[in-house]
Design a protein around this ligand. Structure first.
Ligand SMILES: Cc1cc2nc3c(=O)[nH]c(=O)nc-3n(C[C@H](O)[C@H](O)[C@H](O)COP(=O)(O)OP(=O)(O)OC[C@H]3O[C@@H](n4cnc5c(N)ncnc54)[C@H](O)[C@@H]3O)c2cc1C
Length: 535
């Protein structure tokens, strides 16, 4: 068993050889795109570089709207705001934000007892329940009839069931390493304002083309408004357009369409209730799944589906029926998605961040995490002046591996589904176009062998920790059929689950009701160094 520090905003992914007291090699940076990726990158780069005299300008098209979705996060987003010194009490009310303890998956599996499960965000209390959870799961994979559904083992699942927040009362030291839900448009405005306050320049202009020098690097961008803007470094945050990284520099795009079939979404808001859930709910429908994200003033809902199996009209009707909004005149927004990634997110003097870098569909809400991680790691390299070919190659390899690890985690939700109601779900279950790592993981699991070494050694572990893989496989009920289970040995049945129930019963009352926590956002407690056992 290993212990890992889960929360660490420093993210020193690449060892420095540089000297941060020397003047930065890059004196001017132009970010093209003013979506969440553009403003998050601007703030991260500004923090490291504006005090050292670097000029940062963000160009945003007055005619191309932002994607306007992306309202759930992983727990990493806490590190973003903490690193910038922005308190929850300031940004959360401004963005109608709520706390998130994890994601419920409903209707992905048809196996009795496993029709729904919760993917929990971690808490130090898990150190006390993880051992029985992993032990029971491994015993059940080997055919022992022991209890192995994840929801019973994690405090986050309990908090969600009781509509509590991840914030513990003052005397109780075990906060959950939580994420957030927020209004994407309001978050964009909030970040813009902060970036301007911190010295980022903003120009409303539409970039038409870029000029590339003899060395293959971008020299300048030209705008429809008639300006030519030069910089040492360009950050492509133009969303799915990929204006600089793909259209200008011709970095190839590697599609994940063989692994992940969804390529479209339709979104509709719905009214919020008095008590606010602290989870995202992901419900499988006929040709994909629906997110339900609680904000303080509304739910955001969206059906992510495959246009190869379902038309936009049929998707909208199915979503409206699911939400009870068939007769409502609330407008639906239809979106196209491109799933995959560029071969290199950093090429010459251009870094692609956000949707221009790639997208793994929103099932686990990982995009903002990627924006944050890549921008922070890059800012660190710029700060250290460490921009050699070798560092660039390692940077690209590291983020590509993480991207692919996340893809494989998401693919597993589809691969392990047991629905048979549509061609869509049957095709997902039958899909054999899996990465080699994923094939090995599935084979090990089905053979009753430990998946721990495989996850740790490969991209799979960079995407998600072992505990998440266990929650997913066990939550989907990927176990021998009930009639094939045997009585457990004494060792296999060694854990008394009444003790786990009792522990969680005694702890859950120490967490604030979610609505109460949102009305009086508690002061931040230091979370650096939250240590959780990673199996
Ligand atoms: C259906 C769906 C659901 C999602 N859900 C989640 C989620 O729950 N959690 C999560 O983390 N992520 C989610 N995402 C991803 C998330 O929305 C994005 O990662 C995030 O919003 C960042 O987008 P972006 O800034 O890269 O692109 P965009 O928001 O598309 O912004 C692009 C910017 O580039 C500008 N631009 C474009 N062309 C030009 C030009 N020629 N000149 C100047 N400016 C230009 C535009 O004006 C705009 O400002 C979801 C995505 C989709 C499609």
């Amino acid at each position: 068993m290993a212990v890992a520090t889960l929360y660490d905003s420093s993210l020193s992914v690449i060892a420095s050889r540089g000297d941060s007291t020397a003047p930065p090699a890059v004196r001017s940076i132009v970010i093209v795109g003013g979506g969440t990726a553009g403003w998050m990158s601007a703030l991260i780069l500004a923090r490291a570089l504006i005090p050292r005299g670097v000029e940062i300008t963000l160009l945003e098209s007055p005619t191309v709207p932002t994607i306007g979705v992306g309202e759930g996060s992983t727990p990493w987003l806490r590190g973003f705001f903490d690193a910038l010194g922005i308190e929850e009490a300031e940004w959360m009310p401004a963005c109608q934000a709520t706390y998130k303890c994890g994601i419920s998956f409903e209707g992905w599996s048809t196996k009795p007892g496993f029709e729904r499960y919760f993917h929990p965000f971690a808490c130090m209390l898990d150190n006390m329940t993880m051992t029985p959870f992993v032990h029971n799961v491994e015993a059940r994979v080997r055919g022992a009839n022991v209890y192995a559904h994840p929801d019973r083992f994690f405090i986050s699942a309990r908090l969600v069931a009781e509509r509590r927040s991840p914030k513990a009362r003052e005397h109780f030291p075990f906060d959950v390493w939580h994420g957030y839900h927020f209004d994407a448009t309001l978050l964009g405005r909030f970040l813009l304002q902060k970036a301007l306050e911190r010295g980022v320049r903003h120009k409303s202009c539409h970039v038409t083309n870029a000029t590339v020098g003899a060395d293959g690097a971008i020299v300048s961008v030209s705008t429809k408004e008639g300006e030519t803007i030069r910089a040492d470094l360009f950050v492509d945050c133009t969303g799915f357009a990929g204006l600089l990284i793909e259209k200008t520099l011709k970095v190839p795009f590697l599609s994940f369409a063989d692994n992940l079939f969804n390529d479209a979404a339709v979104a509709i808001p719905s009214p919020m209730e008095q008590s606010v859930p602290s989870e995202t709910v992901s419900t499988a429908l006929k040709y994909g799944w629906v997110w339900k994200i609680p904000l303080t003033n509304r739910y955001g809902n969206g059906y992510v589906y495959s246009s190869g199996f379902c038309t936009p009209d049929a998707a909208e009707t199915e979503l409206r029926r699911h939400l009870g909004l068939l007769d409502s005149d609330v407008e639906a927004r239809h979106l196209k998605m491109r799933v995959g990634r560029v071969a290199s997110l950093w090429y010459r003097n251009c870094l692609a961040i956000g949707l221009s870098q790639g997208f793994v569909e929103p099932l686990e809400a990982t995009s903002l995490m990627f924006i944050q991680h890549s921008a922070m790691a890059f800012a660190q390299l710029l700060d250290q002046g460490d921009l050699s070919e070798d560092v660039r190659a390692r940077f690209n390899a590291r983020f590509n591996r993480q991207f692919d690890g996340i893809r494989d985690y998401i693919v597993t939700h589809y691969k392990t589904n047991s629905r048979t109601d549509t061609d869509y779900w049957r095709a997902n279950a039958a899909n054999m176009k899996l990465s080699e790592n994923l094939q090995k993981l599935h084979s090990a699991w089905m053979a009753g062998k430990s998946i721990v070494p495989g996850v740790r050694a490969q991209e799979l572990g960079l995407g998600y920790p072992v505990a998440s893989w266990f929650a997913l496989m066990a939550g989907m009920g990927v176990f021998p059929d009930p009639q094939d289970l045997r009585a457990p040995t004494e060792r296999e049945a060694q854990f008394n689950l009444a003790e786990v129930d009792d522990l969680l019963d005694r702890c859950s009352g120490n967490y604030l009701d979610h609505r109460e926590a949102l009305e009086r956002i508690p002061p931040r407690r230091p979370t650096q160094g939250l240590r959780v056992y990673f199996w």
